[in-house]
Design a protein around this ligand. Structure first.
Ligand SMILES: C[S@@+](CC[C@H](N)C(=O)[O-])C[C@H]1O[C@@H](n2cnc3c(N)ncnc32)[C@H](O)[C@@H]1O
Ligand code: SF4
Ligand code: SF4
Ligand code: SF4
Length: 347
């Protein structure tokens, strides 16, 4: 299975303060043209002769801004090339969700994941200082989506100093709204960089917040709620899976499994890499994928610390967040804390 994150545009209809995409790109971004899309898919189809299962994740910026017609053409091209097994999802702020999108999603068996950072004022509508206004619109869209699909909505919540003390409330609200959660730490990127220390969590604080989340989740897990990091760690502790993927489902082993394509048609190892400096740039839609860069990136995936070889909890984490010298993973202590909490609950 290949996971291709496509950012057809970095334009966005929100002005989130924490967003790792520069404001200039959110206001004035390239839009990936249908011609580029054709080239990119050809490059992928040529590079991987066995590309018959694809997980397409449309990201951004705000992917719904491109309209349903754009994505229809995209999927037709893949099908014409014999790629039948395509799973499509969108990562969206939901503002543009409507009946037209409902129809498109149903026809293509696609889904939408969203984002909301409860008890934080990062997310807001353009020109609006009150972040509650967006929350009201967002909850209306969530309800509409649930009426249409009768399923929980996967929601990324960024944790920072602003909201970390509200974990129990966040989880209660998520249950009320019918959400599944992924609790991510704030990254040092975008506008927030200038004041990162005052907003960000330490690995210890993030670990404590995951422990609290794990305890609170017990009330709701039998009702079907998923908190991704908690469920994942539980599967690891109970032996259902051999590795956790708490930070990212591809942690420690992503090269060759995941690609990110930006609006100009540049190809990267992953979307986080693009925002954190683009170290793993692999080529673009015209020249194709550079095999040497690909091999180098694959080798770096495997350069984990000796401790990680022995520990195995998260496979050494993501290479973007490893210390250059020691190879220690930034969120190592957080996951060890969560691991201990889950293990104590079971053993
Ligand atoms: C860049 S947005 C693009 C998709 C869509 N516009 C959305 O907000 O869901 C993807 C995700 O990145 C998260 N994100 C943006 N900047 C971040 C940062 N500095 N630290 C952690 N997550 C961040 C957002 O909160 C969102 O969940
Ligand atoms: S986090 Fe998403 S919704 Fe917010 S500004 Fe960035 S791209 Fe737009
Ligand atoms: S580079 Fe890191 S965040 Fe990106 S896919 Fe790989 S492990 Fe995940
Ligand atoms: S030592 Fe830390 S980073 Fe390495 S596998 Fe264990 S938890 Fe993950």
């Amino acid at each position: 299975m290949f996971n291709i994150y496509i950012k057809p545009t970095e334009l966005c209809n929100l002005k989130c303060d924490h967003c790792y995409i520069p404001l200039s790109s959110r206001e004035n971004s390239f839009k990936m043209t249908p011609e580029q899309v054709d080239y990119i898919l050809d490059q992928c189809l040529n590079f991987f002769s066995d590309l018959n299962k694809v997980n397409l994740i449309f990201h951004g910026g705000e992917p719904l801004l491109m309209g349903v017609g754009y994505y229809g053409k995209f999927l037709d091209k893949l099908k014409q090339n014999g790629v039948e097994n395509i799973r499509v999802s969108f990562q969206s702020n939901m503002l543009l969700y409507n009946k037209e999108w409902k129809l498109f999603l149903k026809q293509n068996k696609a889904s939408i994941g969203t984002s909301y950072d409860f008890f934080s004022n990062f997310r807001r509508l353009a020109g609006c200082t009150d972040s509650k206004k967006y929350f009201i619109l967002w909850t209306q869209k969530i309800k509409q989506y649930q009426d249409d699909f009768r399923q929980r909505v996967y929601t990324i919540t960024v944790l920072s100093k602003q909201n970390v003390k509200y974990i129990p409330d966040i989880i209660d609200i998520a249950e009320e709204l019918g959400l599944n959660l992924k609790l991510n730490p704030l990254y040092n990127a975008g506008k927030i960089k200038a004041d990162y220390k005052s907003f960000s969590l330490t690995p210890q604080e993030y670990g404590e917040s995951l422990k609290i989340a794990y305890r609170c989740w017990q009330k709701y897990k039998n009702k079907g709620m998923v908190i991704e990091q908690c469920k994942d760690m539980e599967s690891f502790v109970t032996g259902e899976s051999s590795l956790t993927h708490t930070r990212c489902p591809y942690a420690g082993n992503c090269v060759g499994h995941i690609w990110c394509i930006d609006p100009k048609g540049n190809i990267y190892n992953c979307g986080c890499d693009v925002q954190l400096g683009g170290k793993y740039y692999m080529g673009n839609y015209k020249i194709g994928i550079n095999k040497e860069k690909y091999i180098k990136a694959k080798a770096e995936d495997n350069q984990i610390s000796l401790d990680c070889y022995e520990c195995g909890i998260c496979g050494g984490g993501c290479k973007l967040f490893r210390d250059k010298k020691t190879k220690k993973y930034l969120w190592c202590d957080s996951y060890k804390k969560l691991y201990k909490e889950v293990k104590n609950a079971f053993c």
